[in-house]
Design a binder for this molecule. Structure first.
Ligand code: ADP
Ligand code: MG
Length: 325
């Protein structure tokens, strides 16, 4: 096993949605423990609202957790207040690539400025003038951005070019972990494939670790060694990508996989599983009822409403949280 780069241990984030501190609370992230080894690419999947972005914001320390620990390079960074984190050296080591490059790039900055900003802020302060220009050119080159585009503003760039600027920006402080929150979902399908190839190459060349958030299982399958499936704030299955895609165990994972056009499991075509019923509310959810209850095509047993199914190992590094697996 490689050394662990990032680990979350029993992480919770509850948002107060009531008017007093008594609640109610929306449980956006509920007891999430994930682990990313050095050089590993971990995919996180699950439908909109399941807590993916909240988890990312906890790990990048934009948000403080309600409970639990975040360990990066053997240091507990969860205890550092979100406000303090911006000034810490770990800040440079965890970088984000955002969903929509149009929203995340400053419209008044040229591509050069966008890439130069994190170099200035997060690396050696002597990086100015020619040294800075060289560094920006190097970064642009590594993401395949032609140097003549560096003087352009975001609105003068295509979606793919903006995505490249976003990636160069994230690479600028020489991170060890890149967190990609739906990095290609705003792009045309043809451009998506090119950007995914770029990301795969950068990871190989630089020995980076990825936390790759996506609702698109095909993308995760291409790029990730390990997959974590979330449902309403909780991890319901996790394991090596190969095991998860060939032998999904949780009924929700099975449903997700069945929705991929042309999906097969063990070589046989999979019938599309259409989930019926309502998604349970994330507000003050019952601690003893499976979050998938009511929508689950499989378990409607007594145990599903009296005991929250916990993750248990069903294969090498493969865990599932279902009583009926
Ligand atoms: N600041 C907030 N205040 C209250 N609820 C929030 C806040 N941010 C996110 N949520 C809620 O937390 C849940 C998870 O959201 P999010 O992490 O954005 O999910 P995802 O990225 O998987 O779509 C959702 O129910 C969302 O409405
Ligand atoms: Mg999100």
């Amino acid at each position: 096993m490689n050394p662990v780069l990032l680990e979350t241990i029993g992480l919770h984030k509850r948002f107060l949605v009531g008017k007093t501190t008594k609640g109610p609370y929306l449980h956006a992230v509920d007891d999430v423990s994930i682990r990313i080894e050095r050089g590993e690419s971990v995919g996180m999947v699950g439908e909109s609202g399941c807590g993916k972005s909240t988890l990312v914001r906890l790990v990048t320390r934009l948000l403080d957790a309600s409970e639990g620990a975040i360990v990066f390079n053997e240091r507990d960074i969860g205890g550092i207040a979100a406000k303090q984190f911006a000034r810490r050296p770990e800040r440079a080591k965890i970088q984000m690539v955002f969903q929509d490059p149009t929203d995340s790039l400053n419209p008044r900055y040229t591509a050069f400025d966008c890439i130069a900003e994190p170099v200035r802020l997060l690396t050696d302060k002597n990086n100015t003038g020619e040294a800075l220009a060289r560094r920006v050119a190097e970064l642009a080159d590594s993401v395949g951005l032609p140097p003549e585009l560096l003087s352009r503003f975001p609105h003068q760039l295509s979606g793919g070019q903006k995505a490249r600027v976003g990636i160069a920006r994230a690479l600028a402080p020489e991170p060890e972990l890149l967190i990609l929150d739906e990095p290609t979902s705003a792009l045309d399908v043809s451009v998506q494939a090119i950007i995914l190839q770029l990301l795969a190459r950068l990871r190989r060349e630089r020995g980076l670790s990825y936390l790759f958030v996506s609702h698109d299982l095909n993308v995760v399958r291409l790029l990730c060694d390990k997959v974590v499936v979330m449902y309403l704030g909780r991890v319901i299955e996790s394991g090596p990508a190969e095991a998860l895609f060939t032998n999904p165990r949780h009924p929700y994972t099975k449903a997700l996989l069945s929705a991929i056009p042309g999906a097969t499991v063990d070589g046989a075509a999979v019938e599309r599983i259409r989930l019926q019923g309502e998604v349970r509310s994330p507000i003050n959810p019952s601690p003893t009822v499976c979050r998938f209850y009511g929508r689950c095509p499989q378990g409607q047993g007594e145990r599903c409403v009296t005991a929250m199914p916990l993750l248990r190992e069903v294969g090498p590094a493969h865990s599932v949280a279902c009583h009926f697996d």
